[in-house]
Write a protein that binds this ligand. Structure first.
Ligand SMILES: [Zn+2]
Length: 348
């Protein structure tokens, strides 16, 4: 018998059950968490897809509107908006503020100026990313806490002008743990060791969750859509506690079908309970080819709409090395998740 390395093991499931792998949504879908710009596609992102072709393909897959979440402002944002212009409003550009200037004396002014400008131009949200607490070394020589007073103007200004924040905090808990035989994302981290935050000088996962809670609690008039199921899809009981305590907190489900789908009973109960505050996002990347795009959305719809069992989630090459079971959500909940919650929260 041949000894296998872990990355050589690709077992075929012997399970014979219902298969709905061409699933389509019963209503138009708003994907509020996608990336069509430099963050994941690189600086030459504009060459990586044709805007009109992408829209046609997405429309064919049931997508009515899509948000492109990018760390852009100023000329970079203008360039992104020009790239999406041909979509005629279907692809919506969401910008950010330059957090590398958080220690500058005029940061507060910069934030207010930026946010007032965004409001005047009808920007639907502000995108913030994990670099606020994880990549400070390149800007400030050390990491800032999320609840650092220097970031305070962002929370204040967004609350005051009424722009919701879509924020990605930390990463899965095991990205903060040793990459060893106990790490459930070993396969992913061994291929991408640069994704690990297990090193001196980094805040722990637990510290991140505390900082995140502090910021949400201390700014009740600011709306926080915390990406990736509140940063903690592994612990829906904890996320539910926050959702109960902080009505200004919402979550999206982007890139966490792997986590939700290995706890389908808990996930279904969670989405039903917070059905007005869970938003459909996917982490779609604009450079996916047609086949990948189609199977990506089919898998999402299959997950939320059917009770198919033990199938591959949308990011099998990284994230969880396991299969998932569908949630089979009711139609009224599905409509809120796919569409109505986003319309209400982002005033579309
Ligand atoms: Zn994302």
């Amino acid at each position: 018998m041949k000894r296998l390395y872990l990355d050589e093991y690709h077992p075929k499931s012997g399970l014979v059950t219902a298969q709905h792998d061409q699933c389509m949504p019963p209503f138009p879908v708003i994907d509020m968490h996608a990336h069509l710009g430099p963050l994941l596609l690189g600086e030459n992102y504009a060459e990586k897809y044709d805007t009109e072709n992408l829209c046609a393909l997405l429309r064919d897959m049931g997508i009515e509107r899509m948000f492109s979440l990018e760390l852009l402002w100023g000329e970079g944002l203008a360039r992104m908006e020009r790239k999406l212009e041909a979509s005629k409003g279907m692809l919506i550009s969401v910008g950010s503020v330059d957090i590398s200037r958080a220690l500058d004396a005029d940061f507060e002014n910069l934030v207010w100026r930026t946010l007032r400008d965004y409001k005047a131009r009808g920007m639907v949200a502000l995108k913030l990313w994990k670099n606020m607490t994880l990549m400070g070394e390149q800007f400030f020589g050390k990491n800032l806490r999320l609840d650092d007073p220097h970031y305070e103007p962002i929370w204040q200004a967004c609350g005051e002008v009424g722009i919701p924040i879509i924020i990605h905090v930390a990463d899965p808990p095991c990205f903060f743990e040793p990459i060893d035989d106990q790490n459930e994302h070993y396969a992913c981290l061994s291929r991408h060791p640069e994704w690990s935050f297990y090193r001196p000088g980094m805040f722990s996962f637990a510290e991140h969750m505390q900082m995140q809670e502090n910021v949400i609690r201390d700014h009740p008039n600011t709306t926080f859509i915390v990406a990736h199921v509140g940063s903690y899809a592994e612990n829906l009981q904890k996320v539910a506690q926050w959702m109960d305590a902080y009505p200004n907190m919402l979550v999206d489900v982007a890139a966490r079908v792997d986590q939700l789908g290995r706890q389908p009973y808990s996930a279904r109960a969670f989405i039903n309970r917070f059905q007005d505050r869970v938003l459909f996002g996917t982490d779609f990347e604009g450079h996916f080819d047609e086949a990948r795009t189609r199977s990506f959305y089919h898998t999402h719809y299959r997950f939320f709409q059917t009770r198919d069992e033990y199938f591959e989630h949308p990011f099998p090459d990284f994230l969880g090395q396991w299969r998932v079971c569908g949630l089979g959500l009711d139609q009224d909940v599905l409509r809120k998740l796919y569409h109505d919650n986003a319309v209400r929260v982002f005033k579309l």
